[in-house]
Write a protein that binds this ligand. Structure first.
Ligand code: FRU
Length: 915
């Protein structure tokens, strides 16, 4: 677009470039009268001359013999805006002012033919009228041979040619006294007025020999009057102007209407020439007097010939001009075409170049695109191949897993039955009851997981067939509910069935739906705290039966909720923990029934699962229906599988009243009650045990109890084990506590990640208890070494440090530094240290107790005595000086406590050192 615009711009510019920058002018021409031949000739001359100067315009006004009209017309021209004024004033005096005004305004004025009474004009063009009159007078005197009677017909009174011609005429005749002027009349330059005036004074024409009329028009009328009156043709009539052409003076002389005519050139051509010189700021003459001559029978033919030649030359010129103009037009259009062609060519070359460049670029781009394409295709193929391989590998893994799981069922069953036998044996039950119960529960748990996994695989391979029968849903659910009653009651959970509307007979597969209901109830029980409620309600809505399982347990976050039915989904926060298969399987099983399962939940408020099953049997194919006999109730299996888990472990509420207080304490944070119980049971003989089942509670316990060690699961409800570790290790109050992370996340990255969270040890599940125990003991031992180090020597430099936490090291160093600094201050107190370190008195006390196993006052006193001992053996100070230097109030008190600690008085000690 821009290129095309530029193209036309260039074209337009080149089209004009050859034209000379001729300025455009406007010339005003004010004519006193325009109707007679002389004036028309003057205007034609001007136009012809102007045609040679394109661009200059002529604004013409004819005053028609009226001076006032002429004044108004000039004013109008000036208002319109003209560059120069040419004026032939009607009368001298009336027009003087407007000419002067125009001139004074800076507009050049050319006065032509007639004059004003002022010299304020730019130039004058015209013949000398005095001379015209004089020539006429002399001619008459000559032809009358010095005597006779003459009459003068004058132009408009007040017009300068009339005045001057009269003066020249009378002056010439003065030299010939025999020639008398019989009369003088004003013809006002017009034929009619002349006739009127002459006829009025016809008497005076009787003896006249010659008549001089100031122009040819009046002279012709004079001849007419003479003829009319029948006067002799001998009377000579002389006129002025001698115009060529029809009605012109030359013809009148030639046909003897007039005796002679004095040539009075119009000056039109000259006026335009001078005007252009003025406008173009070229030199010019102010007075431009045109030549005059008498034309009579002696030279009229010659003059006519000359005029004819001039005329033909003029028409030749005009023809040539037209021709030239035509040629110029042709030339212009050709030049335009040429320019167009040249520019088109240039553009074609430019565009061609650009197109070629673009082509090359395109080729390059195409090539690189092709390369990329092949690369992408290769990558895609590789990806497909890899994904196929991965899929096959996953499939193989899952198959293997399923097969193995299947294999588990037999050994698990084989463990179960002898275990049940053992549990029936009262003696064994008494000795190892709790352990056996734990094994029993977990065998069922394993069995459930194995079953779920196998069911899921069956669904994936579309091998799960529905065997639906018509059943009483309410009875069916009641029966399942009964199996959980016992566990619920124990924990004071309000578990009940609410029938909003009986659905009547419902078609479902009892062996499938029971898995779903068992799973939902088992989950509800797991995540509802003691004294909570679980309502299972049945209702009808638009051809479906709705089963709601509603609890007021811990609930779920929106993120958990989004993925709750995803296969193997285990939430970070882990309220939905388990295999990650139960709910996903439930969903598939409900879908098999052409039903739907949905969930709503609010964190810390509760969860409701809703199962919608279609009523009637039309939605089921014949294959999906089964005869009642086909149904073998396996409810018993599900009962054990889903409820054993909720059986309370053997009571762990021991009577601890008589337990002796242990030196060290351990905080165990674990949400699996069985594992928590197990660990508590294992460690409680040696350590005081605090427990918590959520991270949040664990954190609070840690701050409150400041235990000697913490064992925490990584994935616990609330704050995670790693976050908890990080928080405790970054807090000066708890940073010294060793932390062991227990987790099922066993990858190396996860272990590194665990250690990075500043945990002291990271142990993966399943773990060996002895390994855990060894770690616990080791960590506690290290603490003791640390305590000994800080609570012993005076100078800590050179001693290997065992504090494995930078915060603790810094804390102990700060603490020791503050004490050292203030040893000489007798009033130095625990408050001063807690203020300096920025923790509370109690926290400081606990921290020092944990790290150094002594009270702060004991520590300070110990440091004072150690320093005193150092002074006693190394410096030349007196006992009282040393007492003062280590901030002890009196030498007697110093002596007493020194003896208590070292078994001798300071003086005795000094003596032994000196010896
Ligand atoms: C034309 C005319 C001429 C004469 C001139 C004088 O209008 O009358 O015939 O020579 O004017 O101004």
């Amino acid at each position: 677009m821009q290129i095309i615009t530029a193209f036309w711009l260039i074209l337009a510019l080149t089209g004009c470039s050859d034209k000379k920058e001729a300025k455009e002018y406007k010339i005003g021409f004010s004519q006193c009268v325009g109707s007679d031949l002389w004036r028309k000739t003057m205007l034609d001359e001007m136009k012809t001359e102007l045609s040679l100067r394109p661009g200059t315009k002529l604004s013409y006004a004819d005053a028609n013999n009226s001076s006032s009209k002429q004044i108004d017309q000039v004013k109008e021209m000036i208002d319109e805006g003209i560059d120069l004024l040419i004026i032939s004033p009607n009368e001298a005096l009336p027009l003087t002012k407007i000419v002067e005004d125009t001139y004074n305004k800076g507009i050049p004025v050319i006065v032509i033919d007639r004059k004003t009474s002022s010299a304020l004009y730019t130039a004058y063009v015209g013949a000398e009228n005095y001379q015209v009159g004089k020539i006429a007078g002399e001619y008459l005197a000559n032809s009358l041979k010095g005597s006779g009677n003459v009459i003068e017909v004058m132009g408009l009174p007040g017009s300068s040619p009339a005045i001057e011609r009269d003066k020249g005429f009378t002056d010439a005749l003065k030299k010939h006294p025999q020639i008398k002027i019989n009369g003088q009349f004003y013809g006002d330059w017009l034929g009619e007025n002349t006739e009127i005036e002459l006829l009025k004074n016809k008497d005076k024409l009787k003896n006249v020999d010659a008549i001089f009329a100031h122009n040819d028009v009046m002279a012709t009328s004079t001849r007419k009057v003479l003829q009319k009156l029948g006067f002799s043709h001998q009377i000579q009539v002389i006129g002025v102007d001698a115009l060529p052409g029809n009605g012109g003076g030359l013809n009148l002389v030639s046909n003897q209407t007039l005796t002679a005519s004095v040539l009075y050139p119009t000056g039109g051509k000259e006026a335009i020439n001078i005007a252009m010189r003025i406008l173009n700021k070229e030199s010019f003459s102010k007075e431009n007097i045109l030549q005059t001559v008498v034309i009579d029978s002696s030279n009229v033919q010659l003059m006519k010939l000359q005029w004819a030649r001039i005329n033909s030359q003029q028409s030749d010129i005009e023809r040539q001009q037209t021709l030239l103009a035509d040629q110029f037009k042709v030339y212009n259009s050709q030049r335009l075409v040429l320019n167009f062609i040249v520019i088109t060519l240039v553009l074609a070359v430019v565009f061609g170049g650009l197109a070629f460049h673009a082509l090359l670029e395109n080729r390059k781009i195409n090539k690189s695109l092709e390369l990329k394409n092949t690369e992408i295709l290769n990558q895609r193929n590789q990806l497909i191949e890899m994904s196929e391989k991965a899929q096959a590998a996953t499939e193989a893994k899952l198959n293997f897993f399923t097969n193995i799981s299947h294999e588990f069922r037999t050994p698990l069953t084989l463990i179960l039955s002898p275990l049940e036998d053992l549990l029936k044996n009262e003696k064994i039950k008494l000795a190892a009851g709790s352990n056996l119960k734990l094994i029993y529960k977990n065998v069922y748990r394993l069995l459930r997981l194995v079953n779920q996994l196998m069911d899921y695989r069956k669904i994936e391979h579309k091998k799960f067939k529905l065997h639906a029968t018509a059943n009483n849903l309410i009875d069916f659910i009641k029966e399942i509910l009964d199996s959980f009653k016992h566990s619920a009651e124990k924990r004071n959970i309000d578990l009940r069935l609410i029938v909003k509307e009986s659905p009547g007979v419902v078609w479902f597969d009892v062996n499938i739906l029971d898995k779903v209901i068992f799973n939902l109830l088992s989950n509800a029980l797991k995540f509802t705290s003691d004294n909570g409620r679980i309502y299972i309600s049945i209702g009808k809505m638009e051809g479906t039966v709705h089963i709601d399982v509603e609890d007021n347990g811990v609930g779920m976050t929106d993120t958990e909720l989004k993925h709750i039915f995803d296969q193997f989904y285990q939430s970070e926060l882990n309220y939905s923990r388990g295999s990650g298969l139960g709910l996903s399987l439930s969903k598939e099983l409900i879908l098999l029934h052409k039903g739907n399962i949905s969930v709503t939940s609010k964190k810390w408020q509760g969860t409701t699962f809703t199962i919608a099953l279609p009523l009637g049997e039309d939605h089921l194919t014949n294959n999906e229906k089964a005869t009642q006999e086909h149904q073998s109730a396996k409810l018993y299996d599900q009962v054990k599988i889903y409820t054993t888990e909720h059986d309370q472990a053997v009571s762990n509420e021991k009577d601890r009243t008589f337990e002796h207080i242990k030196d060290q304490s351990i905080l165990i944070i674990e949400d699996n009650q069985d594992l928590l119980d197990y660990l508590t049971h294992k460690f409680e003989t040696t350590f005081e045990i605090f427990t918590a089942s959520t991270g949040t509670n664990g954190l609070a316990e840690a701050y409150e109890k400041i235990p000697d060690l913490i064992i925490t699961d990584v994935v616990v409800p609330g704050i995670s084990g790693k976050n908890l570790t990080h928080q405790l290790k970054s807090d000066i109050r708890t940073s010294h506590i060793p932390i062991i992370l227990l987790t099922a996340q066993g990858s190396i990255e996860q272990q590194v990640n665990g250690i990075q969270s500043m945990a002291d040890v990271y142990i993966t599940k399943p773990f060996n208890f002895e390994y855990l125990q060894a770690n616990v003991e080791n960590l506690i031992k290290n603490r003791v070494i640390l305590k000994e180090h800080y609570s012993s020597d005076i100078s800590s430099s050179g001693v290997k440090r065992t504090a494995n936490n930078l915060i603790d090291k810094k804390f102990l160093n700060d603490f020791a530094g503050i004490v050292e600094h203030n040893l000489s201050n007798e009033h130095f107190s625990v408050d001063d240290i807690s203020k300096a370190i920025g923790i509370s008195r109690v926290q400081l006390y606990r921290k020092i107790k944990a790290l150094l196993n002594c009270s702060i006052t004991d520590y300070i006193l110990n440091r004072r005595l150690k320093k005193a001992k150092y002074y006693l053996s190394n410096e030349e100070y007196s006992i009282s000086e040393i007492t003062y230097m280590v901030g002890i109030s009196s030498p007697t008190y110093f002596s007493t406590i020194f003896k208590n600690k070292y078994g001798m008085t300071p003086t005795e000690y000094k003596k032994t050192r000196l010896q």
